[in-house]
Design a protein around this ligand. Structure first.
Ligand SMILES: Cc1cc2nc3c(=O)[nH]c(=O)nc-3n(C[C@H](O)[C@H](O)[C@H](O)COP(=O)(O)OP(=O)(O)OC[C@H]3O[C@@H](n4cnc5c(N)ncnc54)[C@H](O)[C@@H]3O)c2cc1C
Length: 498
């Protein structure tokens, strides 16, 4: 078998893996980064791109006083008693304490963030949205890695961690030219993402049965790191917790011209400057054109009178009672949100937003009409709308009649057109929270909490029971844990056999 010898091997080319590789390489170590897909990015590159952090330059510039201690206290308010006793406060402490420095590190790499926005129950605005979109993390981190000499190998899935005398000493891969052993003199870091798209047989060992069959947004998040870690004595914690199932609109079918441009720092700075100068009417369509991700329709759409219909034009559930589960029983798991003109008219202004959206914070129907014509349809009549979304008109009209004649609680009947349909929308597992059990040095530990020598984990693969509720904590953890894992693997003593 071919063999390469290096100091540190990183498995995964998303946010955590790139940060790990950069951190180790800047300490003078040789690093091989393995990415199984043809392109870097992972879920990090598909994300909205927001990060929650305290004591940042951006907060200070906006006159916001904040501390890691306040951040530490606010984080558990997101899950309250729902997940009491499931958190890892030691890792939460590490996250909040290292985020100010991590944000400085990212800013120094050239990443540009919007002014922080509020997200209660955070006591102050802490949510930092990257500009122009999350691809900037991958672009700038991989550029910095290349500059430091990291050997980045795409289309190179890691298959197995090689152990010798109880220590991780390398990784077997299926490289583009065949099998290869990458020997790691100092450490192997698992940064391979979550388990949301693992084969059902593996998912069902961790996730609750009602999530069976629900698609993952990132279809390549197959839990490889968790499986490889378990195979050498590690264990998965919080494997039953997932973000979802959640209804989201499908992503735009093709990337806009703007999102295909390299997300260089100068462009991001220009976008930020424009945000302070241009009127909303000009700015909103521009900012919405950066949106590449899967947006989640607001529950307000259903509360105010929107109904869900499937591809057969049939209403199939009470939209206010966990509709995502009923959607999994519909053809292709797909549904459209149908609004009459009165409800549609409401969703043009605060507080009636269609979804949140990066850059503009909240997106309204006019934003969708302008920027998301692939999922926003309008017609004067139900017949016309049925033709536009490709469902049988008679069934659609019957669904509206039955809904109007039935028990609706506080919700209004569907009245006159023009009608709007938003969709297709589908139920997804957005991501999962189950990561390997790690200690505060990001070392993977075995069932007796003893570190497995030479083996580290970061990001989702190394979530270690840390609860990351609210927005912006997952990317925060990917970058913060990656920096620590990279540094510790770099400083680890060389394996005797190497
Ligand atoms: C639609 C969406 C929006 C989101 N928005 C936000 C947000 O705004 N803020 C936030 O904090 N979080 C957000 N998240 C969550 C966040 O993106 C992830 O939790 C985070 O990016 C995980 O980073 P990671 O580096 O651990 O994993 P990833 O970014 O998934 O990287 C893992 C990489 O490892 C590779 N890999 C896997 N197995 C192997 C193998 N065997 N060999 C080699 N390579 C392998 C994968 O292909 C992938 O590239 C969002 C998630 C989704 C789905």
């Amino acid at each position: 078998m071919r063999r390469t010898v290096t100091d540190v091997v990183v498995i995964g080319g998303g946010g955590a893996g790139l940060m790990t590789a950069l951190s180790a390489a800047r300490l003078g170590r040789s690093v091989v980064l393995l990415e199984k897909n043809p392109k870097l990015g992972g879920t990090s590159g598909m994300s909205v791109g927001s990060i929650s952090a305290s004591a940042t330059r951006q907060q200070r510039a906006a006159g916001i006083e904040d501390t890691p201690d306040a951040h530490f206290e606010d984080m558990p308010k997101f899950h309250g008693s729902r997940l009491a006793n499931r958190d890892n406060p030691a890792l939460r402490r590490i996250l909040v304490d290292t985020m100010p420095e991590t944000m400085r590190f990212l800013s120094d790499l050239g990443l540009v963030f919007m002014n922080p926005v509020p997200e209660p129950p955070h006591r102050v605005p802490r949510l930092h949205q990257v500009l122009p979109h999350s691809g900037a993390y991958i672009y700038l981190l991989s550029k910095a890695c290349r500059k430091e000499g990291v050997d980045i190998r795409t289309s190179s899935p890691a298959r197995r961690i090689v152990m010798e005398a109880g220590r991780a000493i390398g990784v077997e891969i299926d490289g583009p030219v065949g099998p290869e052993l990458i020997s790691a003199r100092r450490g192997v870091v698992l940064a391979s993402g979550d388990i949301s798209a693992a084969p059902e047989e593996y998912r069902s060992r961790h996730l609750p049965p009602e999530m069976s069959g629900i698609a993952a947004i990132n279809t390549t998040s197959t839990g490889d790191g968790q499986k490889m870690g378990e195979a050498v004595g590690g264990s998965v914690v919080n494997g039953d917790i997932a973000w979802g199932p959640e209804i989201r609109f499908v992503a735009p079918p093709t990337a806009s011209f703007i999102t295909r441009l390299p997300p260089v720092t100068g462009f991001a700075r220009l976008v930020k400057a424009m945000m302070g100068l241009l009127p909303q009417s000009v700015l909103r369509p521009f900012l919405m054109s950066f949106v590449t991700t899967y947006l989640a329709p607001s529950h307000g759409l259903f509360r105010e009178g929107g109904i869900l219909v499937n591809k057969r034009g049939e209403r199939f559930c009470n939209e206010q009672d966990q509709p995502h589960y009923a959607m999994t029983q519909q053809p292709d798991h797909v549904a459209y949100i149908l609004l009459d003109s009165a409800t549609a008219a409401k969703f043009t202004d605060w507080p009636h937003f269609v979804s949140t959206a990066p850059g503009v914070a909240y997106a309204y129907l006019p934003d969708y009409e302008r920027n998301r014509r692939d999922i926003c349809f309008k017609a004067d009549t139900l017949d016309g709308l049925a033709a536009k979304i490709g469902v049988p008109a008679e069934a659609l009209k019957q669904s509206v009649e039955t809904y109007n004649a039935g028990e609706r609680g506080e919700r209004p009947a569907l009245g006159a057109g023009p009608y709007v349909a938003l969709g297709p929308a589908k139920p997804w597992i957005v991501f999962t929270e189950g990561g390997l059990t790690i200690n505060e040095d990001m070392q993977v530990v075995d069932k007796s909490q003893t570190p497995i020598p030479g083996l580290y984990a970061a990001g989702s693969a190394g979530q270690g029971g840390l609860l990351l509720e609210g927005h912006g904590h997952h990317l925060g953890w990917a970058f913060a844990s990656g920096r620590i894992a990279g540094r510790n693997a770099a400083f680890n003593a060389i394996a005797d056999s190497q």
